[in-house]
Design a protein around this ligand. Structure first.
Ligand SMILES: [Zn+2]
Length: 174
């Protein structure tokens, strides 16, 4: 793994990732999203494809990576001036897409994001994928964990409220 300040990966490991993410269709999905969002595509370092000025507001975040495609609604020069190691962070996500064999990355990432939110109230802090990619590199701050009990109790109360408010059902007239 590259340390901060080192160039992004090169050579056979990048080539392997590019082939894997092409075959598992995640890069195709990334290119499709970038195209639909009207993003401008350029070749980036480490075999990444950079898509900027993406028009949609979802998903949120400075940038997101699908396969080998890093997509942002901003521009990379602006992002990298604020987070110089962002592409190294996104390179990890490209590798994660490969290791998850493509699309299974999405439900795994969402589950991990949900767990992070439960534990900290923040979607990235305890997300194993974001931690592996480097929280600071991605512009995230580590949040302290919170006790699960009160969070779950609050969630349960919210679920019960609509049920209580409904009252006894009346029989429909025939
Ligand atoms: Zn990330």
């Amino acid at each position: 793994m590259a340390e901060d300040g080192e160039p992004l990966g090169a050579g056979p490991s990048v080539r392997r990732r590019q082939i894997a993410n092409a075959l598992n269709l995640s890069t195709v999905l990334g290119l499709g999203l970038a195209g639909l969002g009207g993003a401008r595509l350029t070749q980036g370092p480490g075999g990444l494809l950079l898509a900027e000025r993406y028009r949609w507001s979802f998903p949120t975040g400075a940038a997101f990576t699908v396969g080998d495609v890093v997509i942002t609604s901003s521009t990379f020069s602006s992002l990298l001036s604020r987070h110089p190691d962002l592409l190294r962070h996104e390179e990890h996500h490209a590798q994660q897409w490969m290791r998850c064999l493509g699309l299974p990355f999405l439900p795994l990432y969402l589950a991990s994001m949900g767990w992070s939110w439960l534990r900290t109230g923040d979607r990235a802090s305890r997300c194993v994928f974001e931690r592996q990619a480097g929280l600071a590199r991605g512009g995230y701050v580590e949040s302290p964990t919170r006790p699960l009990g009160p969070v779950l109790a609050r969630g349960l109360r919210r679920l019960q409220l609509p049920l209580r408010g409904r009252g006894p059902r009346r029989a429909r007239p025939a």
